[in-house]
Design a protein around this ligand. Structure first.
Ligand code: PLP
Length: 443
């Protein structure tokens, strides 16, 4: 039943008699003023989640709480970088482009961590020269490259090693990154992580401060994180035995799960981090090392629930299925260009009619986009009011992460605008692309 479910909409959303309100602004007014498709970010929701992760980390690890690095890849824009700054958390970037957004608003480089499995020479040089806090090493090539560039710049760069601990997170295979057979990091089992330590220790322009792992995405309990942490702590203890000192930092990555569908629950930061802290503390005690400084990198868990996408319904049709059944197709004015996740890895979403009360019976419906691709599906299967019709406004919650950030111009469709809503006011934070923007690239 496609009703408004507060658990999957942003915190300041509600259904007010006959229309959806987000941050005190009517979805109908937002669509009229800014057009559709439209990403609507609940600013207070974003800030609350960012600070909730920060205080949960501090609560769980006390003086050893490191930094919450918001994963920019989940969605970054100038205004988002300002909010991250206002929440006094850090930023995890994995390209020069993401770093440029942070720099453009004066985000402090000493709260930036740089990721990526194939950082270019220019990206490395720039990151080191502006003084980013740390760079996470992903390959032997990169260790040499970063060491050479740091030395050319006369700097000593703080680095972490990305370790693939061989822990498989319980999630869809394509978004799990900690199997051994992946492009990221140094494998623990094969011994390359150990060799990476040696390679870094031999570079005077690199200061090895700790280890990093990121085990996947949409993870709903602390077990996977705890299992990875135990493996990394094993490596920390082996380091202490061989090198006679201790590495001080552990970054346990992101991947904290959120609710997309009714009945799902968003992971509670306090609960997951307290559970993780208990395992990390006892593991450190049992191997006899000091508790390292613990950092994390949530992306989806901060921005995902904050955003609702508004679409306008265009065409509808009935398609006959085997056995005399029919399926209703409802086509909206966006699709895989503004949300690739259903096509990319079968991600599921929910929708409600945002501009009126639904009438009549429910009907099995497939919500599709406007792109020339059969897989251009927003929601494969949803029971939604049978009277959903042209001109209706559909609201899809939990689209803040990997929506706009993965958006494309497929079919030469301009990417939608992003609007922030708070206290009854809406303001554009990323303007809608125009056909003229797209044509301006063609020479
Ligand atoms: C993708 C990624 C994250 C963020 O993942 P979420 O699922 O959005 O929390 C954090 N760190 C690294 C290294 C990543 O690759």
């Amino acid at each position: 039943m496609s009703a408004f479910d507060p658990a999957i909409f942003s915190l300041n959303s509600r259904f007010d008699v006959d229309h959806l309100m987000i941050g005190g602004v009517s979805a109908v007014d937002l669509a009229a003023e800014f057009g559709t498709p439209l990403y609507v970010v609940d600013e207070a929701d974003f800030l609350l989640r960012a600070t909730a992760w920060k205080s949960a980390l501090e609560g769980a690890f006390g003086t050893q709480a490191g930094t919450v690095y918001y994963a920019a890849k989940s969605f970054i824009a100038k205004e988002i970088a300002r909010w991250v700054d206002r929440a006094e958390i850090g930023l995890d970037v994995c390209t020069g482009g993401e770093l440029a957004v942070a720099e453009s608003v004066g985000f402090s480089p000493d709260r930036i961590e740089v990721h990526g499995n194939n950082k270019s020479e220019d990206e490395i040089r720039h990151a080191i020269s502006i003084g980013v806090r740390s760079i996470v090493m992903d390959s032997f090539n990169e260790i040499e490259r970063v060491a050479r560039i740091a030395s050319e710049l006369g700097k000593v760069q703080r680095v972490l090693i990305r370790v693939t601990p061989g822990v498989e997170a319980h999630t869809h295979e394509f978004i799990a990154t900690a199997h051994e057979d992946v492009k990221f990091g140094f494998s623990l089992a094969s011994g390359t992580a150990w060799d990476a330590i040696y390679a870094i220790e031999n570079q005077p322009s690199l200061q090895l401060v700790g280890l990093h792992s990121h085990i996947g995405s949409q993870i709903f309990n602390s077990e996977g994180f705890a299992a990875a942490a135990k493996k990394l702590i094993g490596l920390l203890s082996r380091f202490r035995d061989s090198y006679g000192r201790e590495l001080s930092e552990l970054d346990l990555g992101g991947g904290y799960g959120i609710a997309y569908l009714p009945g799902e629950t968003t992971l509670d930061p306090i609960q997951v981090l307290n559970e993780l802290a208990a395992v990390v503390k006892s593991e450190c005690e049992s191997v006899g090392i000091a508790l390292p400084i613990i950092s994390i990198e949530p992306g989806r868990a901060i921005v995902g629930p904050s955003t609702t996408t508004l679409y306008t319904v265009g065409t509808t049709k009935e398609v006959e299925l085997d056995g005399g059944l029919t399926r209703r197709y409802v086509a909206v004015d966006g699709g895989m260009s503004d949300n690739i996740r259903p096509a990319l890895y079968g991600a599921e979403y929910w929708a409600i009619i945002a501009n009126r009360l639904p009438l009549g019976p429910l009907c099995n419906t497939r919500i599709v986009g406007k792109h020339c691709e059969t897989g251009d599906i927003v929601i494969r299967d949803i029971d939604i009011s049978a009277d959903t019709q042209s001109g209706d406004l559909l609201a899809i919650p939990a689209t803040g992460a990997y929506g706009r950030s993965m958006a494309s111009n497929y079919n030469h469709v301009p990417r939608p605008a992003v609007v922030a809503v708070i206290d009854g006011k809406a303001r554009l934070i990323v303007r809608r692309e125009t056909i003229a923007d797209l044509l301006a690239l063609d020479l």
